[in-house]
Design a protein around this ligand. Sequence first.
Ligand code: HEC
Ligand code: HEC
Ligand code: HEC
Ligand code: HEC
Ligand code: HEC
Length: 213
Amino acid sequence: MGNCKGGPWVGGPLPHGRGSVTGAGAGGKKGDGGWCVGAMHGWGAMAMVLVAMLAVAAFAQQQEAPPVRAFTPGAPVTQPIPYSHEKHLAMGLKCAQCHKNADPGESMGLPATALCMGCHQTIAKEKAPIQALAKFHAEKRAVPWERVYQIPSYVFFSHRAHLKMGATCEVCHGKVAERAVLFREKDISMGACMDCHRREKAPNDCQFCHENR
Ligand code: HEC
Ligand code: HEC
Ligand code: HEC
Ligand code: HEC
Ligand code: HEC
């Protein structure tokens, strides 16, 4: 191995930088497990090219299975209003009453203050958090909820497609109905997405989840 002396570099680890998937970081590093070609002549070079092509094929396979990053659950997320899923779901409310999956079905959405005020116009209206809620509502402002689960905009994802194939909320978000405060308790990293796609025989080509920029 070692350094390439003028020959092109092929193979080696997946360049895994931040930003554009096909832009920044492409090309890899020379000498970290790749093959050098062109430094020889005749049959030797041919053989090297063949070996290199095999290495490329192996690399392409490797791309199907990038190393899964270790997952650690996030800390409880502090919200501007201490809304509790546990408390409200115990009253018999359903996920779909607040998370509507409007067309085209990518997002689940968050409820408007009007929905909350349907009850809180009267219920617990003397309490400070409900007064804060009523103020957002009166000013026609959305509550600035802190996001718990979010993926970068260069990744395609559709809730509707996944609900159709039978995935439950719990698979990707954990036991929400038992949580007074939400935290990121399930892994929604690329590795986790690809694990399930592999299990369920859904496609795992880069372009399936990423823009082809
Ligand atoms: C079906 C009626 C209903 C809806 C809809 C509803 N709540 Fe509640 N909420 C309640 C009840 C009942 C309580 C318990 C009140 C108590 O303990 O005194 C409560 C308690 C709360 C509390 C705790 C108040 C406190 O300090 O004790 C907050 C905060 C709250 N709700 C926020 C919200 C928000 C935000 C929404 C909309 C996303 C919402 N609620 C929608 C009925 C509702
Ligand atoms: C009464 C309305 C209401 C109901 C019913 C409700 N939610 Fe929520 N949900 C909210 C509000 C308000 C937030 C934002 C505050 C928070 O994160 O706790 C939220 C946030 C979430 C988030 C985090 C979104 C993000 O990325 O920031 C998930 C996941 C979620 N809810 C799942 C569920 C599931 C699953 C159910 C049914 C078991 C459910 N919710 C029922 C109101 C509701
Ligand atoms: C296959 C995994 C998966 C399943 C199943 C799933 N979610 Fe999500 N959820 C995600 C991902 C990924 C995001 C982040 C989306 C983004 O940032 O664009 C998210 C975001 C959310 C949000 C924040 C608002 C939004 O749409 O971005 C809410 C609320 C939510 N999910 C609720 C639910 C509920 C309720 C269910 C069940 C009916 C559910 N999810 C099922 C993966 C899933
Ligand atoms: C629980 C298993 C599971 C998880 C987790 C999962 N997927 Fe999927 N996904 C599937 C299956 C199965 C399909 C194929 C559904 C079909 O046949 O239409 C699919 C389809 C898709 C599609 C095509 C949707 C469409 O409109 O047809 C995209 C894009 C996608 N997944 C992205 C993701 C991303 C990004 C994540 C992680 C945030 C993820 N998936 C997590 C099982 C999963
Ligand atoms: C099933 C969906 C899915 C497929 C298939 C997929 N990705 Fe991703 N990718 C994601 C998600 C979700 C993220 C953002 C979350 C994360 O960083 O783990 C991401 C992030 C990335 C990032 C940014 C990583 C970072 O550390 O910031 C790169 C680069 C990337 N993907 C490249 C690829 C390449 C190359 C392939 C083909 C081998 C691929 N992806 C296939 C879902 C997917």
